[in-house]
Write a new protein. Structure first.
Length: 479
């Protein structure tokens, strides 16, 4: 009997040791496989929102809304956000978090040997083409910080402010200088690592941007003649809707939410398994859309009050807002702060763009993060300089567009929606409903919206994207 008990105790001890050993091994493995991940819930939302909120909301949205018809364009854009943007962002987060990899590695891991990985390659092309013109606009913004600090807007007529902008963008050296400085700053932040870099900067500065825009809104709607601008932004004129406008609205929905090119896959891979994906998507999309509309409310009343043409193109923000600052109490401070914050918003988006090729290079090749960042920055800066020069000294055109416009047009209106189309097919048809549901419920929530999501991502989103493309190519015509 005693002998028997001893034997039992020995076995239990051996088993206990075995478990302990296993546990130790697991910890060790986790450590070596662990990637950077965002420290807090606010971290990932702030970072994803930091990527989404940028020049797209404050520079691009107002000028294309001005060009393509105002309120009717705004409504089409909102529909695109709701039925395509929201589900595609969730799809990207699912892919990223499930795989825990960069845009290319994610597809390689989930479906090895299959061609889905093309989305990742398109994403790298997208990152390069977007950042090449994005950095130019960010550079303009830096020049405007300087202009605001040196009080250059005071006493200028709207015409003179327009000329000031044109002189800047057509200059062969000045905008290139700012653009390169912007790229260097972006690279330095990316080099400082995920958590410390992106999270820290986004968290404090985006709410500040929101406050400044609200203050600008109040000034803009109290300008004489502002009603016309509000009408332009909120009272739809459906006669202005063209297939091209729908096409541009769709492209912008992707652009503004940073979708269709792997940014949100890459960021999704840093999301903690405990975070609720659906809620994060809603928060990021809401914040992004809210800021765009607030930017519209700041700009259009002023456009009409100062007799500027709403379809003036990419200079719209730069020729409109500098007219407002001198006309408000504390205008000097607000002017300086506004351009600083716009610059920061551009920076957090640029970081997320650089992150796509860098995450790929450091995880899938033997180029490390540091070298990857330097390489990416050099390539983008080289293409970027061409974008900048194409605003003035270099007058070659492609498809009737300057090189700058070509990069913008191809990436936002073609690359991103096509990427988004493939992503929705991947989640809707290649992964099983069970896998998708499991990832959504990973954090222990019910994810009761999953069935609706699956329906939208299988049918509604891809069909809508396809129809917009066919329509704008003139293959299918409505109405
Ligand atoms: N969404 C960013 C903006 O609105 C731009 C961007 C596009 C960033 C695609 C990353 C990827 O400014």
């Amino acid at each position: 009997m005693i002998q028997y008990q001893c034997k039992k105790r020995n076995e239990a001890l051996i088993y206990k040791n075995h478990l302990r050993q296993k546990y130790k091994e697991r910890i060790k493995m986790d450590k070596s496989q662990r990637r950077d991940s965002f420290g807090s819930k606010l971290g990932i939302i702030a970072a994803a929102a930091g990527s989404a909120i940028g020049l797209g909301n404050i520079w691009r949205f107002p000028y294309i809304t001005g060009t393509y018809g105002g309120a009717s364009f705004l409504i089409i854009y909102l529909v695109c956000i709701a039925i395509i943007g929201l589900p595609v962002m969730l799809a990207e987060f699912i892919i990223g978090r499930k795989a825990g990899r960069n845009a290319i590695g994610a597809f390689r891991k989930l479906t090895p040997g299959e061609p889905w990985v093309v989305v990742g390659w398109m994403g790298i092309a997208g990152a390069i083409s977007i950042l090449s013109f994005y950095s130019v606009v960010a550079g303009w913004c830096m020049d405007y910080i300087y202009k605001a600090i040196t009080n250059s807007f005071v006493g200028q007529t709207p015409d003179q402010i327009g000329t000031m902008f044109n002189e800047l963008i057509t200059n062969p050296i000045r905008p290139v200088f700012w653009q390169l400085l912007f790229m260097i700053l972006t690279a330095l932040i990316v080099l400082s690592g995920i958590k410390e870099g992106i999270e820290k900067y986004s968290k404090i500065l985006m709410p500040l941007l929101l406050i400044i825009i609200i203050i600008l809104d109040i000034r803009a709607i109290t300008l004489e003649g502002s009603v016309e601008g509000l009408r332009f932004l909120f009272q739809p004129d459906w006669m202005k809707v063209t297939p091209k406008a729908v096409f541009i609205a769709l492209g912008h929905a992707f652009f503004t939410l940073s979708l269709g090119m792997g940014t949100m896959i890459t960021y999704g891979s840093y999301i903690n398994k405990k975070d609720n994906l659906g809620v994060s998507v809603l928060q990021v999309t809401f914040a992004d859309t809210f800021i765009a509309i607030l930017a519209g409310i700041a700009i259009f009343p002023a456009v009409f009050a100062f007799g500027i043409n709403p379809s003036d193109g990419p200079g719209l923000v730069f020729v409109t807002l500098p007219n407002i600052f001198p006309q408000m109490p504390g205008g000097y401070i607000f002017g300086v702060l506004f351009f600083i914050l716009l610059f920061v918003a551009a920076l957090t988006s640029a970081i997320s763009l650089v992150e796509v090729p860098v995450a790929y290079l450091s995880e899938e090749t033997n180029i490390d993060r540091k070298k990857g960042t330097i390489l990416t920055t050099i390539v983008i800066s080289a293409v970027g300089v061409l974008c900048s020069l194409s605003q003035g000294p270099w007058d070659a055109t492609f498809l009737g567009k300057s090189f700058f416009d070509l990069m913008d047009y191809l990436s936002a209106n073609w690359l991103l929606p096509i990427g988004g189309f493939i992503i929705s097919i991947f989640i809707g048809w290649r992964l099983s409903g069970k896998e998708v549901r499991k990832e959504i419920q990973e954090e222990g929530t019910k994810g009761s919206y999953t069935s609706v999501f699956l329906f939208v991502i299988r049918f509604l989103a891809p069909v809508a994207i396809a129809l917009v493309f066919l329509n704008s190519l003139g293959i299918l015509q409505f109405g």
